[in-house]
Design a protein around this ligand. Sequence first.
Ligand code: HEM
Ligand code: HEM
Length: 168
Amino acid sequence: MPRYSRSLIILHWAMALLILAAWLTSVGGRQVRLNPPLLHFSLGLSVLLLVLPRLVARWWGSQPRIEDPQGPWLNLAAKIGHAVLYLFMIGLPLTGWYAASRMGIGVSLFGLSLPAIVASAQGAPGPVAEIHETGGTIILVLAGLHSVIALWHQFVLRDGMMQRMNPV
Ligand code: HEM
Ligand code: HEM
């Protein structure tokens, strides 16, 4: 079974953990302004930082072709599913950064202060913050579905597909 490159495998699992940790450390409502979740910001920004080298490694390095014997539609579905996950890995941290900036909350990456990406505004956090909150839940649902499909391959189809992402 061909595998993803070592760097892609490490990035895949590191980022899966970071996304889960970002979700677990997220807070909403008044609490965000009273006690900004700096760990949430750092974990989420790490996803943004790592997605770029991951995409570069994906385009320039070797990676196994997705060839599901069950047909071209499933191949296409897998590719679209992966692309959507990539979109969330970029869009979520950016909308979060925007939301924090608009609320006038300082954003930092493990202590390193980052600039605001939009001017702060009084009042409600705005639609981007709502998109971020909903997106934060959607990515978890999508990743859950994605891992159920992987487990389906492993334990029902028994086609060894999980081997492609095996870190050891
Ligand atoms: C327990 C959780 C997870 C399991 C068991 C899992 C398993 C896998 C496996 C086996 C593959 C290889 C698929 C193939 O080559 O056809 C894969 C690829 C992928 N996974 Fe996951 N994954 C998990 C979590 C996540 C999370 C949280 C994300 C991001 C939100 C993610 C994003 C991706 C992407 C984008 C690919 C395609 C790789 C590429 O083309 O760069 N995975 N995953
Ligand atoms: C993968 C990355 C991320 C995930 C999965 C994620 C997830 C979430 C979730 C689920 C919420 C809603 C929490 C609740 O209402 O209880 C939330 C809120 C928030 N997140 Fe993130 N987030 C990520 C990255 C970021 C980043 C990078 C920043 C800022 C630099 C950020 C800033 C915020 C802010 C300011 C809120 C509060 C929004 C409001 O109350 O209107 N997030 N995040």
